[in-house]
Design a protein around this ligand. Structure first.
Ligand code: NA7
Length: 854
């Protein structure tokens, strides 16, 4: 126990530290485990306030690593109360002789990396310095109570209680006047019980919270049955799920059903009494504000139905944050408590606390006296406990300083400049957005396996690279950006602690996807890590997740569908397939008017659809050419995109069909495109267009047609164009570009499909014709201003980039947007992929700019 030079120092004897100790011992590592409290249990050791319970059902909130525990321990309730969870932790610690490896009542005060020795020196509250190779913070996400940021807290002479530091002997509030400050989970769980005892309770509420009845009782039978039937399968499902609890994936949009149906579905979820059920009723309540509002309003109706005083009900109803964007709560009789005559709610929004006094609280125009004040004011979440230890890494840099503007980690496990430091459920990992047990076990196992691999391969240090860490930050931000979580002033965002940087602290991409990323890092030779040993270094630098998270989900979903390759079909089959795929997509926004008609093409009539903005005309006009590799698609196939561009750019869009290959090969599409442009130009006024304000645009093969048509217009004395919008355009069929190889497969448009398109459209010789490959034009000067959008994971990326560069070199004004993490099709997927929305907004802005200038 007193070995002062060990392989690993672990701080914290909660569920993370306990399991880690077990695994490190098993693998033969020497360890010291320091714990500030005098027993195991972590969160469940400290949070002993009345009513403290776990909101995740006991079928899921338990260790899975020791299968015997499933039979040796029986949970009495669905949502275990704190004493039972603490007993469980003690039971496990005894069973596995963990107590002998834990030093209680010892804090880690500081930790300093010794670059020469490649070891950490851990300074303890007992004045000892422990030397270790690896240092693991298993300090929990909600372990440092937030400093009470209320004037006068130190003045109060009565009893003061903090929910996260509750006295072990308990508190009896019988006959007392009690103030409770804070209505997060701790407040919501404890208030009904405090009110049962106290003479008078005043609840000071800054923000009302969403809460649902826990419906506590025996563990849910359907989960017990599934566990019994096939425990491994159940556990595996949890590990690969979004939240660490097996749940059926929601497939219905809250906006696709009537409010009545939505409320019925929500009621069914609510009756389950499971924390994640309501948020999982609809597929879009976490990413779409309107969808979320359906859920929020449902929850508010429930408050109104319970709380008798309508004014109090209104005060208890959240309006300022979406459901789930702050941690929703589970309660037992919380809202009912406010119907009791001795319970009063104070809305701090209207009546802020002026000061706490020796005898009570002054707020608004009132002054109330209390015997006790309960602070249920929350925690310095996720980072508080980590930077609470003075951790100095390479070159004396402290972690606190490094994280001044928000935590920077690779995988939420490690941080650049701090070799051999690991965090369990650290910021940048799913942690508090998951069933903590699942996330804890995954991190412990990842760390264990990493230390074993290092030992086997003779490495002494492991540290992430700046590239990988920054890439992970970008990925975490991308994940958060597609949700509405960032709207709320939550502790997820650090918003509850004054001065704390506002960043999304947990990883919101899901437990399963996160696990897959961690596993892939290992499989790819510790991608993004530098490992060093005596005379050896290994560094497979790189980025683990670059595709936008919502795009990634679509790719994954398509992967599971085992769809046939389009290039294996006949053109007719491909057309049917493409039409069937479009049928199920969201329609896009409403436009002022849509009109279907025909115009004169190069060899007969062509169908077109006109999209008119709802604003008063006349409007500028853009002739739009659809994608589909010249083989399939129609004037209707990019309908949602055309609608969105119409609405957002306030432009009249005319989407034109053109003849398709192989029936009509090159140059039919280009000729039709040019004929359509001329027709629209001649008929602009009667269509409601502004004469002289004409542009072309298109996506993919349609981008090719648009680029070619712009060249034809220049070379044939008009029509004069204000701009050309080219989204993922085909610009060069004459040769191979690097992106054809880099993105050959796996991103929907494949290299072989592109070849199939070309083969149907043009002979090898024709591919060298600038009207097939506009990049090959001898002269690109004099063309209209261009907006070129290319996507990182598109086989066509480089030819689009090359066209933008060539236009610019020829003196054409070019707005070149490179969409990071996107694929050939993703920007067109209106209302399906939120990460594409900013690019569509940019495109609309680009269209407006064309017309502003010309
Ligand atoms: P929370 O969820 O952070 O709740 C703290 C509550 O205290 C919340 O209502 C805060 O309002 C309120 N608060 C914080 N500071 C103040 C001040 N200065 N004045 C008035 N009110 C204040 O912590 P909990 O302990 O309840 O729950 C933490 C997690 O533990 C929980 O989510 C579960 O995961 C388990 P605010 O909302 O910030 O306006």
């Amino acid at each position: 126990m007193s070995n002062s030079d060990v392989d690993v120092v672990v701080v914290g004897a909660g569920f993370a530290g306990m399991y880690l100790l077990h695994e490190l011992r098993k693998m033969g590592f020497s360890t010291r485990l320091l714990e500030a409290g005098d027993d195991v249990g972590g969160t469940w050791y400290w949070n002993r306030y009345p009513g403290a319970r776990c909101d995740i059902a006991t079928t899921d909130y338990q260790y899975t690593w020791d299968p015997e525990l499933y039979t040796q321990w029986t949970w009495s309730e669905k949502h275990a109360a704190q004493p039972e969870i603490l007993r469980y932790a003690q039971f496990v610690a005894k069973k596995h002789d963990l107590y002998s490896g834990i030093e209680f009542n010892v804090r880690a005060d500081d930790a300093t990396w010794d670059e020469k020795a490649k070891k950490w020196n851990i300074g303890t509250s007992k004045g000892e310095t422990i030397v270790c190779r690896h240092y693991v913070m298993a300090t929990g996400c909600l372990s440092v109570p937030k400093d009470p940021d209320i004037v006068g807290t130190e003045r109060f002479a009565g009893n003061v209680y903090v929910t996260g530091r509750w006295p072990h002997e308990g508190v009896d509030f019988t006959g007392k006047r009690v103030a409770v400050i804070g209505t997060g989970s701790s407040g919501i769980q404890s208030i009904p019980i405090i009110a049962e005892q106290a003479k008078e309770v005043v609840i000071f509420q800054r923000t009302p919270n969403f809460s649902m009845p826990a419906h506590n009782g025996p563990p849910p039978q359907y989960r017990v049955d599934r566990l019994k039937a096939d425990r491994e399968a159940y556990v595996q499902e949890a590990r690969l799920s979004g939240t660490g609890v097996p749940l059926e994936m929601a497939t219905v949009s809250a906006l696709s059903v009537s409010q009545e149906t939505a409320f019925e579905m929500l009621e069914e979820s609510r009756q389950k009494g499971e924390l994640l059920a309501i948020g999982n009723t609809f597929m879009d309540s976490g990413i779409n504000r309107q969808a979320n509002e359906v859920v929020a309003e449902f929850m508010r109706t429930k408050v109104r139905s319970v709380v008798k005083d309508p004014e109090v009900a209104e005060l208890l109803s959240p309006y300022k944050h979406g459901y789930g964007t702050k941690r929703p709560c589970m309660d037992t009789g919380y809202f009912e408590t406010f119907n009791q005559p001795h319970v009063r709610l104070v809305d701090l929004g209207v009546n802020p606390i002026e000061t706490i006094t020796e005898t009570g609280i002054n707020f608004g125009n009132e002054s109330l006296e209390f015997d006790a004040i309960v602070y249920a004011t929350g925690f310095d979440a996720m980072t508080g406990a980590i930077v609470g230890v003075d951790i100095k890494g390479k070159n004396g840099m402290t972690l606190k300083k490094k994280w001044e503007f928000g935590p920077l980690t690779y995988l939420g496990l490690t941080s650049v400049g701090f070799p051999n430091l690991f965090m369990i459920t650290g910021p940048g990992s799913p942690s508090v957005l998951s069933n903590m047990m699942v996330s804890i076990e995954q991190h412990v196992e990842w760390i264990r396996d990493t230390l074993v691999a290092m030992r086997e391969q003779g490495f002494d240090t492991i540290e992430p690279t700046p590239l990988a860490e920054n890439g992970w930050r970008v990925h975490c931000t991308d994940c958060a950006d597609i949700t509405i979580f960032q709207d709320a002033n939550s502790w997820y965002m650090g918003a509850n602690v004054p001065g704390k940087p506002r960043v999304m602290l947990p990883y919101i991409g899901g437990v399963g996807r996160y696990r897959m990323a961690c596993d892939e890092v290992v499989r790819r030779g510790y991608l993004g890590f530098e490992l060093t040993g005596v005379g050896k270094t290994q560094c497979n630098d790189g980025l683990i997740r670059q595709v936008q998270p919502d795009v990634d989900m679509v790719l994954e979903m398509m992967g599971t569908l085992n769809l046939p390759a389009i290039e294996s079909m006949t053109p007719t089959g491909a057309r049917e397939f493409s039409e069937a795929s479009s049928a199920a997509r969201p329609p896009g926004p409403e436009v002022g008017e849509m009109l279907d008609a025909t115009l004169a093409g190069a060899a007969g009539d062509l169908a077109y659809r006109l999209y008119r903005p709802a604003t008063a005309g006349p409007h500028p006009v853009m002739v739009y050419f659809h994608g589909g590799g010249w083989v399939f698609g129609s004037h209707l196939s990019d309908d949602p995109l055309c609608r969105e561009l119409c609405v957002q750019s306030n432009t009249l869009i005319i989407s034109v069909n053109y003849r398709h290959a192989p029936e009509a090969r090159f140059p039919a599409a280009a000729q039709d495109g040019f004929a359509a442009l001329k027709w629209v130009h001649e008929n602009a006024s009667s269509l409601g267009g502004l004469p002289g304000k004409l542009a072309v645009g298109g996506w993919s093969a349609g981008g090719n047609v648009a680029a070619v048509v712009a060249q034809m217009a220049r070379d044939n004395d008009g029509p004069a164009l204000s701009g050309q919008l080219l989204l993922c355009p085909v610009t060069d069929g004459s040769r191979q570009h690097q992106s054809h190889l880099d993105n050959a497969d796996g991103y929907i448009l494949t290299r072989s499909l592109m070849e199939w398109f070309w083969n149907h459209y043009a002979d090898t010789d024709d591919r060298n014709n600038p009207h097939a490959s506009p990049l090959l034009a001898h002269d690109l000067s004099g063309l209209p201003p261009a907006m070129v959008v290319t996507c990182q994971f598109d086989p066509l990326r480089d030819e689009g980039d090359a066209y933008a560069q060539a236009l610019s070199a020829a003196g054409v004004a070019v707005n070149h947007v490179q969409a990071r993490g996107h694929i050939h099709t993703s920007i067109t997927m209106v209302d399906m992929l939120p990460s594409g929305a900013p690019y569509r907004r940019q495109m609309a802005e680009g269209i407006r700019t064309f017309f502003a200038h010309g």
